[in-house]
Design a protein around this ligand. Structure first.
Ligand code: WT7
Length: 649
């Protein structure tokens, strides 16, 4: 098969889903898109029907579709904790809700009844600490069962959770708590990372010192089991549970548009931006996509390997699968510890039906070799999914063949923190797959590829991926139309449009192929960083005059952070400066943001008006011919930078 320079198939054969899959799929009607179109927006009542409403909604979408404000499921009231826990207890109390696979090989099993009890007890504990509806509770924990329990306990009270990825630094935590004015924190003593224990509580304590406001209560889960010093207004998780044993808390009914959670993500500015998701629209959208795209059935064992610290974990480790009443696997460890077949062992041991992961993980599996999956029984698998970045057709085919045994459809799901849930994907029971292409807009979703004037691009021509119709999982700021324009581009020539920040092409069949970000967001191994955020932490380092950060190609992570730094006149660009830059990035953001390469240069390439030309720096990092350099004031610097980069091992 022919591949283009990016490894995409030129002549892409469509692969039909196997008959056996279609026969049992939750959604297999080939007309489902047309049916949604005919009834839009009321088609989304199909998603609303997957939930229990304390008060039924009056309108699927209030406010019309032309411009904000949009209100999904207007008039309806519901509670997410009731939807993810209580209603399943009535039907299947002894079914496993959460299957935890710990870092050291230990396991813990929570049935729906176990989950119900612990969520209630912890909700009672939070309430006694002063948490009430609308309060923001920050959760700073690794992949342990107490994290989903705490999320659901917040939801039960109508409190808004703010999960901060456990790998973020104290400073990044303080920033996110401060901006959210969050006065409650749930964290843990520490956790294991690549065999070593990290001290999470230390980071949490340091964050508290850096805050302008008081933290009313901190709850500490014991993960390491060591004695932890609890200071003033700090409480042990198990002590709280014991004090509230047997307590029950009535779920607080929320309006559909009330916030369920907020999550910080990198935008195009230096500061991380908060994205707030709603209780009704978000939950309906994740439940519907978990059912239609991930084909989840209540009797399944389902595993999404994403960390709950990112949106994928919120939507498809916690809310989607639990709303459908299935068994969700929670894995604390890494894919290659203690062995490179850890993932396949977990699939075999738990007879996992559906596996959802990221291309960066699949590339690693592929590099390690097919002997690792081959020595485990993967025959329980029925469907595979990927998310987070474009998947190269060769990687897709490896996944399809070596993990799915050519028996499982692969869904390549495009969405974002902002969209809350999947927006573009094939429906595995209805659509043919094209490796490397995410697929069509989901039923009821308006996703289009347009040029700079907002006109649809012809098939195969790259353009901007935009969403031109409201969707149930849309974040609050987009729904209300307030406070969004500052942090994200809008193009409104043709009415309402959300510009996703990705470049894409669309083919004759309407299949969307996502090429990558076209804004100042870098996607490294499925994680988002803002170039501005990274640059502002680098220029804080003594001796640094200027910095430009770009996303360059990297064989294993797909993208890597490259920092081009020009030191001050009397500061040498040496290993000491490099070490201080790396340390500062780790401190400001976290180890996952550490640049792959720090390249020193006396000057950065700039236009005559002083704008740094990042495109050219990307070309150098990617070993590509340099684009147009005629706008440069200092074109001679490029040769110098190129020679430094080429010298790097
Ligand atoms: C960005 C959003 C939402 C899941 C995790 C990432 C990229 C996401 C795909 C895909 C190509 C993808 C886009 C998007 N992306 N899924 N299937 N194919 N690219 O969420 O951190 O908000 O990042 O991830 O660039 O804009 P996020």
């Amino acid at each position: 098969m022919d591949h283009d320079v990016n490894g995409r198939l030129l002549d892409r054969p469509a692969i039909e889903p196997p008959e056996s899959f279609v026969a049992q799929a939750n959604v297999s009607d080939p007309d489902v898109r047309a049916a949604f179109e005919r009834e839009w927006p009321d088609c989304w009542a199909q998603a609303g029907r997957l939930l229990d409403w304390e008060r039924p909604y009056d309108e699927t979408l209030a406010g019309g579709a032309a411009e904000p404000p949009f209100e999904w499921f207007a008039g309806g009231r519901l509670n997410a904790s009731h939807n993810c826990v209580d209603r399943h207890v009535d039907e299947r109390k002894n079914q496993v809700a959460v299957q935890w696979e710990g870092r050291l090989g230990e396991t813990r099993t929570y049935t729906y009844l176990d989950l119900y009890r612990e969520v209630n007890e912890f909700a009672a504990a939070l309430r006694s600490l002063g948490v009430a509806a609308g309060d923001v509770v920050t959760l700073y924990m690794p992949m342990i069962p107490e994290l989903p329990v705490a999320m659901l306990a917040c939801a039960r009270l109508g409190a808004v959770h703010n999960v901060v990825f456990a790998g973020f630094s104290a400073e990044a935590l303080a920033n996110r708590m401060g901006r959210a004015e969050s006065r409650f924190l749930v964290t843990c003593d520490g956790y294991y990372r690549r065999g070593a224990a990290t001290n999470q509580k230390n980071k949490a304590d340091n964050a508290r010192i850096g805050l302008d406001h008081e933290v009313e209560a901190t709850v500490v889960v014991s993960r390491l089991g060591d004695e932890t010093h609890l200071g003033d207004r700090q409480y042990g998780y198990v002590d709280l549970l014991a004090a509230h044993e047997g307590d029950r808390v009535d779920p607080v009914a929320r309006r559909a548009a009330d916030p369920l959670f907020l999550i910080y993500t990198s935008g195009t500015t230096g500061a991380p931006k908060a994205v707030t998701h709603t209780t009704g629209g978000y939950l309906a959208h994740v439940a519907w996509t978990a059912r239609a795209v991930l084909d989840i059935k209540p009797e399944d064992t389902y595993w999404c390997s994403a960390d709950i610290g990112w949106i994928t974990g919120h939507s498809y480790v916690v809310y989607g699968p639990l709303a459908l009443g299935t068994t969700t696997v929670l894995y604390e460890g890494t894919a290659d510890h203690p062995e490179r077949d850890r993932v396949w062992q977990i699939i075999e041991r738990n007879a996992v039906d559906v596996f959802y992961t990221a291309p960066t993980a699949i590339r690693a599996f592929m590099k390690w070799g097919s002997e690792y999956p081959a020595r485990n029984d993967l025959s329980s698998l029925r469907l595979l999914g990927t998310v987070g970045e474009p998947i190269n057709p060769r990687v897709w085919e490896w996944y399809y063949t070596h993990i799915g045994g050519e028996r499982c459809p692969v869904v390549d799901t495009w969405w974002q923190t902002e969209t809350g849930a999947i927006m573009v994907s094939t429906l595995p029971g209805a659509d043919a797959m094209k490796p490397g292409s995410a697929g069509m807009a989901l039923p009821g979703i308006g996703a289009r590829v347009v040029d700079g004037d907002g006109r649809p691009t012809p098939p195969g021509e790259p353009g901007y991926l935009v969403l031109d119709r409201p969707w149930p999982g849309m974040p609050t700021a987009l729904a209300t139309g307030e406070g969004w324009a500052d942090s994200h581009p809008w193009r409104s020539a043709d009415g309402w449009q959300y510009v996703a920040g990705d470049e894409a092409t669309v083919d004759e069949d309407g299949y969307v192929t996502v090429l990558g970000r076209v804004d100042d967001v870098i996607n490294v191994a499925g994680r988002r960083f803002s170039t501005m955020e990274l640059e502002s932490s680098i220029v804080e380092v003594a001796g640094v005059a200027e910095a430009a950060v770009i996303g360059g190609d990297d064989r294993s992570t797909g993208r890597a952070v490259y920092a081009y730094v020009s030191p001050e006149r009397d500061c040498p660009g040496d290993d000491d400066l490099r070490a201080r830059i790396e340390a500062r990035v780790r401190e400001a953001i976290g180890p996952m943001a550490t640049p792959e390469a720090v390249v020193f240069t006396p000057e950065l390439p700039k236009t005559r008006s002083g704008k740094i030309m990042r495109r050219l720096l990307e070309d150098i990092a990617n070993d590509e011919p340099l684009g147009d350099t005629s706008a440069l004031r200092n074109p001679e610097i490029l040769g110098e930078i190129e020679s430094v980069v080429r010298e790097e091992p």
